[in-house]
Structure formats: C-alpha cells, structure tokens
Design a protein around this ligand. Structure first.
Ligand code: 9MR
Ligand code: 9MR
Length: 584
C-alpha cells in the first residue's frame, strides 16, 4: 500500500510538470506586474469582475499549489463601479515562475531578485534610438538600425527670432540631440526638463547608473554610458543659444511631418523665438550638468562651456523675464506659420527658482542663493510634481539632494522649508492605497489621468516617494514607489504593461513616426506611452471607454494616449533605475 501511494504521487508530479493535469485559460483579467515581483517586497494582484473566485491559488513550476487564500479585500472603481478583488501574496518569497489561478483562469507570474533591471537599462537605451542626425548601425540599434537624417547643420533663423546680428533666414548649425517624441522636432523646454530629471536620479545613485552598459557608440570610452547618452542632448542644447544669451524655444519644421522616416522629410528647419522658459530651463539643465560632468577630465571642456552658457542665459532672462511662447500670436505676425508642439507656459517663477538653484550649486555665488530663496518663498515652499511646465519640483529635488549629502550648510535653509511639504505630498497619496483598486498611490483620482500621466503623475510621484524614503528611511515610501511601478507595468485598469517591448501585453502601435514607418513590426523598445487620458483630444475612434483609467487606446493615431516622448522616458529611466538600485 505504502509503495502504491508513493508511485501514484510520482505519476501526479510527472503529469503536472508536463502541464497536462492543471491546464488553465490564460487571462489578462488578473492584473499583475508583468515583469515580476521582488522576493521580499509586498506583492499584490488584482482580479477583474469576470474572473472573481472564492479562493485563489498559486502553483509553482511543478504544478504544486504553494499558496492558496481568498482575496484580502474588494475594491469598487469610483468611475465604472466595477468590482475587483485584491490578492495579497506577499508571504510567497521563493523566486520562481508561477501560475496565479482563479478557477479555470490563470496568469503566469515571476518572483525574481531583479525584475526591473532589464527595463531600467532599456528605458535609458531608448534615448539612443531617438538620436537625431545620426546613422544608427545595427551593431547598436539591432532591428531599429536606420540612416541618419535631419543633420540640422543648415537651420534657418525664423522671423520671430531675428536680431541685428542674426537677421531672418540666417543659416546656423544646430545638429544632434534627441527627437522630442512621436514627431521629429527638438524642443528646448522639454530637453531641459528631460536631462534635468535624468541627472537628478544620477546624483542620487551615481555608482549604480555609472555602471550601466548601454551598447552605444561611446560604450568603449572611459566615461559612463548614461552620461554619454545625456551629453548627446546637452551638446545640442548648447547650439540653441543665440549670441545674446537667449535661447530659441525650439528647432522645428513648420508643420508636423507625415508618418514617414526622417530620411523622407523635406521641410526646412527653423529655430524659433527666444523665450524666458526655454532660456531658464537651458540655464538650469546646463548648470546642473556642468557640476556633474566636470568631475570627469574627459568632459572638462564641455563642463566649462556649459557653465558659461548657463550664466549667460540667466543674465538674458534677467533682462527678459516674461517672454512666453505664444504660437498663435506669433503666427499672426511672422511667416511662415509654425504649427508644431507649443510647450507653452506663462508662469516663470518655477523656472527662475530651478535655474537660480542649479547656478548656485554649481558656482557657489550668493546672488543665485538669494534669487532661489526669493522664488522658493514665492512658491510658499510647496512641493509639486515635476513636469515640463512646472519645474518647481525639480528645483526642490535638487535642494533635497544637496541637503541629503550635506554639500553646503546654507542648503539647510530651503531644504528644511520644503521637507514637510514633500512628506505631506507623499502621505496624501499613500493614504489612498488601502482603498485603491490597484493597490497603488497612483490612479485613484481623476486628476491622476491625462496627457502624459504615466510619466508626469505615476513615475514622477514614484520618484518623489523615493526621495521621501531616502529622507526618512521609512520603508512605507519605498513600498509606495514600487506600487507605482506595479501600476505602470500591468496592475491597472487596462492590463497593459505600458512600455514598448516589455511584458505580456504592451503597446504595439505607439504614436511614433519612427516606430510606424521603419518596416520593423515591433515598435522601438523601451518607450513609455503617455497613457490613459479621458480628454481624448485625438478623437480616435475605439477608445474602450471614457472612464479616466480606461481611456487608453493602442492606436497609431492616438497622440493623446499613445505617444512617446523624451520627458516621459526620462521619468521612466530615472524612476525604474533608482527603484532598482534601492531594492536589495
Ligand atoms: O504627431 C503630432 C504629435 O507629436 C503631437 O503631440 C500632436 C499634438 O500636437 O499632434 C500630432 O500631429 C497631428 C496634428 O496635430 C494634427 N494632424 C495629424 C497629426 C498626426 O496625427
Ligand atoms: O507633453 C505635452 C502635454 O503636456 C500637452 O498637453 C500636449 C499638448 O500641448 O503637448 C505635449 O507635448 C507634445 C509636444 O507639444 C510635441 N511633441 C510631442 C509631445 C508629446 O505629446
């Protein structure tokens, strides 16, 4: 008898490992982090209405049930009224490949020590694919190899930017940099924000980011790949400064191009209108870069140039403190009309605050400290999520970095003023988690959704939570950050892992001219899409619904929910990279 039993147990195991006994219907109605879970961190999954069950089960690779429990709670969508169940399997800590089952339905999932590492690198590598003016050989770009275009060595000065020294149609050279987004133009405001945010994360974890191997043409040189990649855009930015110190708002063709490869683009390229916002974002980003790059002898020359340019830009902005970009107004006065992205913003105090802060840290000159303090007070020391049109949060983060590392005593003044507001911000969102549908501090308010929300709200909130963790050592903030990542990577209302090329269900048709026109089936990988946006400005037909968190469509025409952009990828790379560095 004894013998018989063990034989049957043996047969059972064989049946399971060959997958016959426990077949299941794969569903994406069990929402998980599709890249995997850290062994020793909280783990939750969310089951959608169609798959609810009285208990849920997790099987290991041998088909053995290693975990079985009812849901830990129910959650009801504040928008659609849909009922969901939250499964908490945090106590399963053994790395492995599993199946999470709800009756006959199931989904595969992973527990593994570094589930986010590949994405962290991929999000940074993505910038290489967006390089403008360069030929990308297969050696570095793989399937996405392409011929260079938009050399931008003969760019026209638009009438809106004409001066005595550079009259209308003067030809200047402004090569390189990254394409901004789905379109092939280059915008200073967004560039300053993107490089600024990447370098913010860099400063928190220089060793970690310094070890990145991105397989880019500069990979063989002695300096870190991540700094080399960012330098591509910084060098371009330097060329956007006029002789008087002011900085052109953008380098653009008059109209958006069709969905063609850059080599097919025929429109002339212009530098357009110098603005206060572009000039101050330029000053901030280059001052910050100068301080970081000067630590490497190979970058010494660049660092000096960057500092000089930043100071000059600041001086221009002192004399021109309120020149907003107003494309409509500009087109009434000047020809040709310019119809591309506006990056319009009429509030300048946050840009002054950020630029003054970076210039102070880089030069040590007190006049910048006084300016920074003035603008900080004007902002009432209130932290706000960093965004291309509100860089107050970037400035605050720079103070937090200085304060954290105790670089100089007077950093305390502003640092201490802002600290409570940063924690208050984080606590507000953490308080939403226990009732949230997807167990995340992101995605519980309608305001969380909109154009670019996955970066501007989700990732940037995640980064803020990482700062709070750094400042307090309280692991609840780290957990909150990880929950933002979970949301992004599949535990959400659409079941998408919102980064091209990652996860079981990811965007295949981003609003991205390169991805659409390159004859490669898969989109350029590592790109975060804008995400759910109930305003649906693109009016594409077929959005699944107007509920804020479901208002997403994987359609090439959907620029309001499915475009990609450098500021959004900067958020992704900064957030996931830092998070990956933080969790041991
Ligand atoms: O492709 C453009 C995208 O980069 C912008 O974010 C978006 C909003 O300004 O506009 C897209 O271009 C569309 C244009 O606005 C209207 N005609 C169709 C263009 C391509 O879809
Ligand atoms: O990211 C920008 C978003 O906040 C704005 O609401 C939107 C409309 O003005 O424009 C977005 O930026 C686009 C830029 O203007 C042109 N390149 C594509 C950018 C991403 O959609």
């Amino acid at each position: 008898m004894k013998h018989y039993l063990s034989l049957s147990a043996f047969l059972f195991l064989v049946a399971c490992s060959s997958g016959q006994r426990d077949s299941f219907t794969q569903t994406d109605d069990i929402r998980i982090n599709q890249l995997g879970y850290y062994p020793n961190c909280p783990k939750t999954a969310v089951v959608e209405e169609g798959c609810l069950a009285s208990t849920y089960r997790i099987e290991n690779a041998d088909g053995e049930t290693v975990w079985e429990n009812p849901a830990s709670r129910k959650a009801v969508s504040p928008w659609s009224g849909k009922e969901r169940e939250i499964i908490d399997f945090s106590n399963l800590t053994e790395p492995g490949d599993y199946v999470l089952r709800a009756g006959q339905y199931g989904t595969t999932l992973k527990i593994t020590p570094h589930p986010l590492r590949k994405l962290a690198l991929g999000a940074m590598k993505a910038f290489y694919y967006l390089r403008s003016g360069e030929t990308l050989p297969a050696e570095y770009a793989g399937d996405w190899a392409r011929e260079g275009a938009h050399p931008d060595t003969a760019v026209l000065v638009h009438a809106s930017a004409a001066t005595r020294e550079r009259p209308e149609n003067t030809v200047i050279s402004s090569p390189g940099g990254w394409y901004d987004a789905g379109d092939s133009n280059k915008y200073v405001v967004n560039s300053g924000f993107s490089t600024g945010l990447l370098l913010t994360a860099w400063q928190m974890k220089p060793k970690h980011f310094g070890a990145y191997e991105l397989n880019i043409p500069e990979s063989g040189n002695p300096t870190p790949d991540m700094l080399d990649e960012i330098l591509v855009n910084l060098r371009w930015m330097l060329t956007m400064q006029d002789l008087d110190g002011g900085v052109y708002h953008k380098l653009t063709n008059p109209n958006f191009e069709g969905f063609v490869m850059p080599t097919e683009c025929r429109q002339p390229r212009y530098v357009v209108r110098k603005t206060t916002t572009a000039t101050l974002d330029f000053a901030a980003a280059l001052a910050q870069a100068s301080r970081i790059y000067r630590q490497y002898p190979e970058y010494e020359y660049f660092a000096k140039e960057a500092e000089k340019a930043a100071v000059k830009a600041w001086q221009w902005a002192q004399k021109n403190p309120d020149i907003a970009y107003n494309q409509h107004g500009m087109n009434e006065t000047f020809d040709p009309d310019i119809q591309t992205g506006g990056y319009e913003d009429r509030e300048f105090s946050d840009e002054f605050f950020w630029a003054a802060s970076e210039l102070y840290f880089t030069t040590g000159r007190k006049n910048y400290l006084y300016s920074a303090a003035t603008y900080a007070r004007k902002n009432e020391y209130r932290f706000t999520t960093p965004n291309w049109n509100n860089v107050n949060g970037l400035a605050v983060m720079s103070w937090l970095i200085q304060g954290t590392f105790g670089f100089s005593p007077d950093t305390e003044v502003i640092f201490n003023q802002y600290m409570p507001s940063v924690l208050e911000y984080c606590d507000k969102y953490l308080a939403q988690v226990p009732n949230s549908c997807y167990q995340s501090p992101f995605g519980n308010e309608p305001f969380d959704f909109g154009w670019g929300c996955l970066s501007e709200q989700c990732c940037n909130r995640g980064i803020t939570l990482l700062f709070a963790y750094q400042l307090t050592g309280d692991s609840k903030y780290l957990t909150g950050a990880l929950q933002c990542a979970d949301y992004l990577l599949g535990r959400n209302a659409t079941g998408y892992c919102y980064v091209t090329g990652y996860g079981q269900k990811s965007p295949l048709h981003p609003h991205h001219r390169l991805s659409a026109a390159d004859n490669v089936e898969a989109p350029v990988p590592g790109l975060l899409v804008g995400g759910p946006n109930p305003l649906q400005q693109d009016q594409v037909e077929g959005y699944p619904s107007r509920f804020p968190d479901e208002s997403y469509i994987d359609h090439t025409d959907s620029y309001a929910s499915n475009e990609i952009a450098i500021n959004w990828n900067a958020s992704l790379a900064a957030f996931i990279g830092w998070l990956d560095a933080e969790i041991k």
